[in-house]
Design a protein around this ligand. Sequence first.
Ligand SMILES: Cc1cc2nc3c(=O)[nH]c(=O)nc-3n(C[C@H](O)[C@H](O)[C@H](O)COP(=O)(O)OP(=O)(O)OC[C@H]3O[C@@H](n4cnc5c(N)ncnc54)[C@H](O)[C@@H]3O)c2cc1C
Length: 215
Amino acid sequence: MSDINRVLIVGGGIGGLCAAIALRRQGVEVDLVEIKSEWTVYGVGIIQQSNVVREMARLGVLDRYLDAAYPFEDVGIYDLQGKALARIPGQRLAGPQYPANVGISRLALHQVLSDTAIELGTRVRLGISVASYEEFPLDLNVSFTDGSSGRYDLMIGADGVYSKIRGLLYGDSYTPRFTGQAVWRYNFPGIPPSTTWPATPAPKAMPGWCRCRTA
Ligand SMILES: Cc1cc2nc3c(=O)[nH]c(=O)nc-3n(C[C@H](O)[C@H](O)[C@H](O)COP(=O)(O)OP(=O)(O)OC[C@H]3O[C@@H](n4cnc5c(N)ncnc54)[C@H](O)[C@@H]3O)c2cc1C
């Protein structure tokens, strides 16, 4: 990491923000560009398993993150009549005093990660992206869509599943294909507290619910 002093992160989602926090904690200068001019995310919940809880600890954001989340321990599998079929025990990977898994609203997660990244000195620019870049043996020059440019040791493409950066690097080689599986999320008020995430395998879908804060 010693030759990497200045990094550009393209995309301010979960991946880009986590990378920014980790790099800033190592003292690396970080610019982050996000194409959306209003930096927010849609407000449904996200379920984050024990590996994410562990990594939030490693990023140094665990207390804030847990304050914004609802913990749960196990995954419970039920039949359509509500009979318990199996229980998959959670793993407390962040430490025995921390929960195995959490439900958290995407808005709250975005707030925790973006506040931390900015407090640590990440320079965020909204409403712009990368237009093109030119590579040199040791670094690269990036031209942005607003006409500005910058010189970086490393550029990280964290611009999501339809990544423009991946397209600039590899063309159409890794364009995602729909595999037939989809997830549908909705916020319902009044979900009761539970230490289990209940899921019910049904013929064509698997409904489940998880508690999280909506704001
Ligand atoms: C319906 C649904 C439910 C899901 N549920 C879960 C779950 O319960 N648990 C879980 O762990 N995961 C879940 N996921 C997956 C999770 O959302 C993704 O793995 C995660 O968001 C990926 O993070 P990312 O930073 O790579 O991309 P994203 O979160 O998509 O962020 C990419 C960012 O880059 C920005 N951007 C895009 N193009 C450009 C550009 N050209 N220039 C600059 N910025 C750009 C976008 O505006 C965005 O802010 C779910 C996904 C979906 C769709």
